[in-house]
Design a protein around this ligand. Sequence first.
Ligand code: HEC
Length: 163
Amino acid sequence: MGRILAISAATILLCSGCSAQEEPKAADIKAEMLLHVQPAAETFWNAVQFISDENGSREIVPQTAAEWQEVLEGARALKKYGATLQEPEYAAGRGADWKDYAKGLVDVAGQAEAAAQSHDPDKVLEVGGTLYNVCSACHEVYMPNPVSVAPGIPTDESTGTQP
Ligand code: HEC
């Protein structure tokens, strides 16, 4: 009996050692967003632009297969990050809606991929708007002070009351 107790105690000690090491380390979401998610999204958002200024109106669209390939890779990267955000190191401690937002990113990135593959500037523009809404939906719930992440698309914060 004494021996069994001694073994259990040793087992408990060993296990507490293991579990302390296996504890998921909360990932640095801000760094992941700034270094990876934002650049991939900007590749997509910047690919097609309608510019209207004192020199008139003009359209920026990808010109070459290589440029379209970059747009496609931006979309694929976003798909990957949508999957990454569902992993425990990012999802732990969040509400159930966290994974829905991350899945939303995977879904819209799939549409972005299709738009890039179709070489259709209008589709890229349209999906770009949806993409922005998906980013913002998660930010409104989980970002302490939501900031606009898309060039040229103002948030309530930047249009109004903030200094
Ligand atoms: C599943 C949730 C989620 C999704 C989807 C998401 N984000 Fe984020 N993002 C966050 C959270 C949470 C933060 C705040 C991190 C912090 O400050 O600790 C953040 C912060 C950021 C920041 C840093 C802002 C700053 O300067 O403080 C940028 C940039 C950003 N996200 C871009 C994007 C873009 C672009 C997309 C869409 C393509 C996106 N995010 C989609 C959760 C998400």
